[in-house]
Design a protein around this ligand. Sequence first.
Ligand code: ATP
Ligand code: MG
Length: 420
Amino acid sequence: MAIAETPGHHSRIVQLSKSPTGIDGFDQVAGGGLPAGRPTLVCGGAGCGKTLFAISFLVHGATRFDEPGVFMSFDESGDELAQNVASLGFDLPGLVEKKKLVLDHVKIERREIEETGDYDLEGLFVRLGYAIDSIGARRVVLDTIESLFAGLANQSILRAELRRLFRWLKDRGVTAMITGERGEGTLTRQGLEEYVSDAVIVLDHRVTEQISTRRLRIVKYRGSAHGTNEYPFLIDEDGLSVLPVTSIGLTHDASSERISTGVARLDMMLGGRGYFRGSTILVSGTAGAGKSSLAAHFLDAACRRGERCLAFVFEESPQQVVRNMRSIGIDLQRWVERGLLEFHAARPSLHGLEMHLSRMHRAIDRFQPSVVVLDPVSSLLRVAQQTDVQATLTPASRTAGPSTSRPTWRSRRSWTPGSC
Ligand SMILES: Nc1ncnc2c1ncn2[C@@H]1O[C@H](COP(=O)(O)OP(=O)(O)OP(=O)(O)O)[C@@H](O)[C@H]1O
Ligand SMILES: [Mg+2]
């Protein structure tokens, strides 16, 4: 059931069928989603986002893909979980009521296990099987495996039970996600879970120089190609999203249309017609050389044509930019008032690079501008490694299709990719 056949011209390519998570960017990195009908392990340290990742997978399954799900928690109660994810806009009680979701909190009593001396998963299978059947679930989450096996000291029994659990889930044909904590030097505590899982995803939350970054990596994915880099991901009020910055191909269209730079003489120098639409222009120069002014001319010209523009500024407030540009005769305020120009001002150190990038993506997706200005990109270097900044600035939007409205990046300081 998990195998879909895609007949080709000469050969038959058999592709693993995928179960989309609906998590922004993740499905792209994972070639469509998680392996359908198989178990996936999501591991990482405390607070790295395992539970949110898992619940997003279930909520999207229930709301977008018509796949009801069971969340079996050994940590948080159903109420706690519902409260924790309400800030992401997930209405768990509503889904439970509509029979799209079952939240089952299983308390593992350590004492009971120790007293009786035996432990097996039979009871859990019955309970889980019942929950699955009650709503015809296609997705299952077990959060976390450590809590499930807490108190089980006998390593060989534990290993045998782990294997049995994964086997059982596979036999049921549900797409399962099991969360696990990171061990010392191993991906997981027992060092076995990763071998019995068909796919393993590692989440990581690190803080370097006081700036936090979340990363996601697909460690393995049986039977499928996948992005192998570490991808930044983000948790905010819109939920979890992965930024597959490095997986973007160089396949975007190249427009031969030209647009004015806003400076007549510069247009002349550029073949008489200005920049290529959809291209990326780096404006580099020392302090006070006129980089922001050149950007303002460009914005003004675009707004005069009635095109929407977004300006991300990292060192000045929108009011400062408007005031300074007025001194060279450019009135940007009128474009702001007409809704053609939007400023987004944020100090570079406000958040990590992935947060900046994600906010830019969201702003661009929402506003659909034809011109984008970043001033200055070099200030992002203060919050991230150069390689990361380069990947971030790779001039393709995540929603890259055959669209022509590609952002135009501008820089204020001398910064050139590869030579900063
Ligand atoms: N609305 C929100 N906005 C921004 N960040 C949030 C939001 N909700 C949760 N977070 C972040 O997600 C983290 C919790 O994620 P989650 O509970 O999924 O982690 P976990 O890996 O399951 O942790 P644990 O090890 O405790 O089980 C919080 O510590 C917080 O940083
Ligand atoms: Mg958790």
